[in-house]
Design a protein around this ligand. Structure first.
Ligand SMILES: Cc1ncc(C[n+]2csc(CCOP(=O)(O)OP(=O)(O)O)c2C)c(N)n1
Ligand SMILES: [Mg+2]
Length: 555
């Protein structure tokens, strides 16, 4: 009978099919009775289920996955799971990551009766209402006739806008028959107005050709919209110098001779700051002027000398051009702008050369020396994930060549993101090795996910900076007891979590020990390593020191 009506699919299978079309091969999450029927369909599908220790971590794993894959998804149960993943969804919204959340829910008969079922908070629409605030689109799939269209719309919106979405699947809908998926008719590219594009290109090309020292400032949006390769073609074709920011670090290769450094307002290296702020035509592409990217708004950029493109429009001086997508603008600039001869007048500088590192066997480990060594240790087969704290202050200075080899939550800055995100990264890029650089405080937030990394046989390298507490808070403000945390034996954790011979914990206190730990980790490619790096309580990178000085100066 079902066949006769053309209802050859079920809502679960329809959803799984669309997830696969979005490139999703793994689903992260925690089961609960309201999603078990859906999960049975997941395990019967080609999508791999990756159970995490809690839903927040599933959200972070799916976020890490989405950053490299174009979309990621997590499955949770009603409210207890839904509200646990909420912080990860808020982070994905702030950072523009297409994270798809699928939540189970009580069946219709309970909802319609207003029954007091387990996990209910107040009314049956509470979770949907809350998620509407942190997603671009959200729906409860209450009707199998409309569910396919709702699924299509919601998933396309995630991919189109690079923002999270929410789908609630009541338990009785999982096996409900529905029409099978037809080829997707929705567009997943945002619209550019041709006339607006032509006009802004005319003015931009004219300005760039007239400029004496044009520079491209590359922002994070270029990465979110996958524009790295067009951008590289553009700056190379025209031989334009470029700078990146913390959130867009490594979107373009950092050993490139046209790379001038990372701009972070008044926190930048002096030479980079001067170059950017004195350019007579700064082409700002997809820049978000966040506190972290502008050195707490200490940037001094003169909008009269700028071409600013991003978030669907272009602004040149005081002229506004709406409805111009960044990719179309960059591609348009490739014709019309005259190439420069930047390289002949600017030979590559020592900034582009990695300094050799010579360890001193029994010298106590210090932050500066550690970061110097880590910079040399990283290679193109590793993806570095750096936590807020001294980790990302230090990582900012590392030389990273490939766009996808650096992941940071530079705007939302929720500590604890990186260890679970490494799980997602490892699933989506099995040929690469995630390297997490985490403070001890950040690590303690989501440390359970080490267990899933072990279970999934992820050969991650987790570097825990053991400086006995919340150093960044100690540096930015007068210290207080709220910055202290329990001292863990971090290196013992892989064994305690059942790591066996596959997961190794190493405690490092000297330069010699660091050398041996890194050499072993590099040699044993298929094992997970947790390397505990013991540092003095107030020892930090030059970057964090600069940041602390700037904060204190402001008072
Ligand atoms: C989820 C969350 N809670 C609290 C904060 C505030 N916060 C920012 S950095 C930090 C301390 C980080 O300490 P640690 O991870 O040990 O790094 P360190 O500063 O020592 O390098 C805290 C608590 C945050 N960013 N995210
Ligand atoms: Mg710390």
């Amino acid at each position: 009978m079902v066949e006769n009506n053309g209802l050859t699919c079920t809502v679960s299978r329809y959803l799984l099919q669309r997830l696969q079309e979005a490139g999703i091969r793994h689903l992260f999450g925690v089961p609960g009775d309201y999603v078990l029927d859906f999960l049975d369909e997941v395990v019967a599908s080609p999508i791999q289920w990756v159970g995490t220790c809690n839903e927040l971590n599933a959200g972070y794993a799916a976020d890490g996955y989405a950053r490299l894959n174009g979309a990621g998804a997590a499955v949770v149960t009603y409210c207890v799971g839904g509200f646990c993943i909420l912080n990860a969804v808020a982070g994905a919204y702030a950072e523009r990551v297409p994270l798809i959340v699928i939540s189970g829910a009580p069946p219709a008969r309970r909802r319609e009766a207003g029954a007091l079922v387990h996990h209910l908070v107040s009314d049956y629409y509470l979770q949907l209402d809350v998620f509407k605030k942190v997603t671009i689109d959200a729906a409860i799939l209450t009707n199998p006739v409309t569910a396919p269209d709702e699924i299509d719309r919601v998933i396309c919106n995630a991919i189109l806008h690079k923002l999270p979405v929410y789908l609630e699947l009541p338990a009785d809908m999982a096996h409900a028959p529905c029409r099978p998926p037809a080829p997707l008719s929705r567009s997943v590219t945002l619209h550019t107005d041709d006339e607006s594009l032509r006009s802004c290109l005319r003015e931009a090309v004219e300005r760039l050709n007239r400029a004496g020292n044009p520079i491209v400032l590359v922002g994070v949006e270029t990465q979110r919209f996958g524009l790295g390769s067009s951008l590289l073609q553009f700056v190379e074709g025209l031989e334009l110098p470029f700078a990146t920011m913390l959130s867009s670090k490594s979107v373009l290769p950092e050993l490139h001779p046209q790379f001038i450094g990372i701009y972070q307002g008044g926190w930048s290296r002096e030479k980079v700051r001067q170059q950017i702020e004195s350019s007579d035509c700064l082409l700002s592409l997809g820049v978000w002027k966040t506190d972290m990217d502008t050195g707490m708004f200490s940037d001094k950029l003169d909008s009269r000398r700028m071409i600013v493109a991003g978030n669907g429009h272009v602004r040149i001086g005081d002229h506004d051009y709406p409805n111009v997508q960044l990719g179309d603008f960059i591609r348009g600039l490739m014709t019309g702008v005259h190439p420069r001869s930047y390289l002949s007048s600017h030979p590559a500088e020592p900034y582009h050369v990695r300094p050799p590192f010579l360890p001193e066997e029994s010298k106590k480990l210090t932050a500066i020396r550690l970061y110097e060594r880590l910079d040399a240790f990283l290679d193109d087969r590793m993806i570095l994930l750096a936590e807020p704290g001294d980790s990302f202050c230090a990582a900012l200075e590392f030389h990273i060549e490939e766009a996808e080899n650096f992941i940071v939550q530079a705007f939302y800055t929720s500590i604890g993101y990186c260890t679970p995100a490494a799980l997602g990264v490892s699933c989506v890029r099995p040929g690469k090795r995630p390297v997490v650089l985490s403070g001890d405080g950040a690590f303690q937030m989501t440390a359970q996910e080490l267990s899933t990394l072990i279970r999934q046989r992820c050969p991650a390298i987790i570097l825990v900076l053991n400086n006995d507490g919340y150093l960044v808070e100690r540096v930015l403000h007068e210290d207080g007891p709220y910055n202290d945390i329990q001292m863990w034996n971090y290196a013992d954790l892989p064994a305690a979590l059942g790591g066996g011979t596959h997961a190794v914990g190493i405690r490092v206190t000297t330069e010699g020990e660091l050398e041996r730990a890194l050499t072993t980790a590099a040699a044993e490619q298929d094992k997970l390593f947790l390397i505990e790096l013991c540092l003095s309580k107030l020892d930090c990178s030059a970057g964090l020191k600069r940041l602390g000085d700037a904060f204190r100066k402001k008072g």
